[in-house]
Design a protein around this ligand. Structure first.
Ligand SMILES: Nc1ncnc2c1ncn2[C@@H]1O[C@H](COP(=O)(O)OP(=O)(O)OP(=O)(O)O)[C@@H](O)[C@H]1O
Ligand SMILES: [Mg+2]
Length: 230
């Protein structure tokens, strides 16, 4: 099985070598768990280490804001934008059907191999009907599969909820799922992640601690985190 290395220290190890090429990965977690950082790191590593072009699609945050935050980790996307190897697409989720065409032509133009979507949770702000929303996420995932890229799709979990995604549908339309946790252990907060599922491949089943450092995310593949389960 061909793998796409995220280039995120430790993450490829717990994914048995990386994301299976062409897969759609759900990355979910509560706020502040590092979802946007992982997205930026994945695309930046693609550009700088693996010669893979990328697209960052945002339904909420403004490009300048996200780019400014990611630059603090030392990831400057601007030169790659100028070379037409990277594009930051901010799209209003109000006209979601149009984003399909835009994304498709962007992928073609940039020759993107990596796409990140941050995040599908924002779609719910514009679409109240649950069935409609699920259909939308389903359509989006179908489109992404056709684009022949390896994709990370973010979903934000509401704190305290028992689910692993916002709308309870994202984990069924994606091939792999990585869940990020941020929980209190008596006196300290622990960050940990787990590969929840991975289509057609083995992976670590453990809960692994990770850190957000000034150089980005670092996962500890040899360590196991212990958390109070709800
Ligand atoms: N330079 C840095 N060094 C260390 N930690 C940092 C740095 N920058 C950000 N962080 C940590 O990363 C967290 C935010 O990460 P990020 O924005 O990727 O999370 P997120 O899951 O996307 O959040 P949200 O749900 O708000 O979108 C901050 O709360 C902070 O703890
Ligand atoms: Mg974010």
């Amino acid at each position: 099985m061909e793998r796409v290395k995220t280039g995120i220290p430790g993450l490829d190890e717990i994914m048995n070598g990386g994301v299976p090429k062409g897969q759609l990965v759900l990355l979910s977690g509560t706020c502040g768990t590092g979802k946007t950082t992982i997205c930026g790191q994945y695309v930046y590593q693609g550009l700088t280490k693996f010669g893979e072009n990328g697209i960052f699609l945002s339904f909420e945050d403004m490009p300048d804001n996200v780019k400014k935050n990611l630059k603090r980790f030392g990831w400057d996307f601007e030169p790659f934008e100028k070379q037409n190897r990277f594009d930051f697409v901010r799209y209003d989720p109000y006209h979601i059907e149009e984003v399909f065409d835009i994304l498709e032509s962007n992928v073609r133009e940039i020759k993107a191999r990596r796409i990140v979507i941050d995040s599908v949770s924002a779609l719910g702000l514009h679409v109240r009907d649950k069935a409609e929303l699920r259909r939308m996420i389903f359509n989006l995932s179908n489109l992404l599969r056709k684009l022949d890229c390896t994709v990370i799709m973010v979903s934000e979990i509401v704190p305290g909820s028992a689910g692993i995604s916002r709308y309870g549908v994202e984990e069924f339309v994606t091939d792999s799922v990585v869940v990020l946790y941020y929980e209190r252990n008596e006196f300290t907060f622990t960050r940990a992640m787990q590969v929840w599922k991975m289509s057609g491949s083995d992976h670590s089943k453990k809960l692994h601690p990770y850190k957000i450092t000034n150089k980005g995310i670092v996962v500890q593949p040899g360590e196991e985190a212990f958390m109070r389960r709800k």
